[in-house]
Write a protein that binds this ligand. Sequence first.
Ligand SMILES: C[S@@+](CC[C@H](N)C(=O)[O-])C[C@H]1O[C@@H](n2cnc3c(N)ncnc32)[C@H](O)[C@@H]1O
Length: 373
Amino acid sequence: MDRYLIRDVSDTAMLVAACRAIETERSDALFTDPLAGRLAGERGRKIAGSMPHRAVTLWTVAIRTVVVDRFVSSAITAGVESVLNLGAGLDTRPYRMALPSSLRWIEVDQRNILDLKDELLRAETPKCRVERIALDLAVRQDRRELFDAIGSTSSDTIVITEGFVPYLSRDTVARLAADLSEQPTFRLWVTEYFSPAVIRWRTASIWGVLDRLQRKSRSMRNASFRFDPGDWHRFFADEGWHLKEMKYLGEESVRLHRPVPMPWFVKPLHPFMPRARRQQMLRMTGYALLERALDPEPAGSRPRPRPRPRPTEHSGNAGWVMEPFVRSPSPGRSAQGSRWPPGCPPLRSWHRARRPKLAGLLGSGEARRCLGA
Ligand SMILES: C[S@@+](CC[C@H](N)C(=O)[O-])C[C@H]1O[C@@H](n2cnc3c(N)ncnc32)[C@H](O)[C@@H]1O
């Protein structure tokens, strides 16, 4: 048996679900996620229990969940019609948030985690139209084809990468950001922010080295954080994404009356720290709402989105791991015999183009994935 509880990055989805389940059980819970416990299972709780900085992990997931919920709600109120959640893991927002039934919510993650999610949520009904796609998002060609397919069939879209980009290399995140910015309908993007101090701490300082040794020797050895953007703002701006709004987790936690659990050696020093230093500590990590930059326009002209690239010809890449299904908020509405409930067929043409490959990949049993049908 693997001595490390987290065997690969997909297991971190269970960790996050366990954190949300633990938050839900608190008398002062910041949100309730009734399905999180089921999704996390015993394994998720064990993983959460094994984390070297358990209290900080629980705190981070709780605050970030509230922050991302609010970004999503505000975007929907402002007219966003689709949500694209990359590295969606075991997140249950389509089931627990108040959402319009017309909203299109697309979740992308690795096959094993989406299979588990399908299985455990089979009896549940989401509040909106949910589509799940199993894909290795690190494979650029596949990702770009998926973005083309979604971008050309959706209108105003918010992309979420919550707890996902830290596991990717700098180059992969840069290319991901560029690929997202090519889609005119992908207007907003919610993603993590790390201050330069956090990055330095993780990569250079003695505490960072000790921390990494401890993490590597324990829980996170098989799912290390890799993303080091350098200058975070410049990194995303260079790839076509501008900051629209930042929510620092420390500051949000003060507002939510859930102060950050400090290490024992920092606590007694904290009141004596200069104000600027304390402020800096509150702004170490956060979640950013990015907005897709428009092409520079001649002075005086109206801004126009970048031209949308034509969907590429399917190149017959052998690496497809794709399994779309759509779950309707009202399964009874589905057309008889159709895998795609009426009103939510946006990936149908994409799927159709790949049917021969999919048939081979999925086999007859697995092909019946549209729970709404
Ligand atoms: C820490 S979890 C976060 C899950 C979810 N966003 C949440 O906050 O509940 C990270 C997720 O990213 C997914 N992930 C990491 N690398 C991936 C890749 N290359 N392709 C698809 N999913 C990936 C993992 O499977 C995992 O579900």
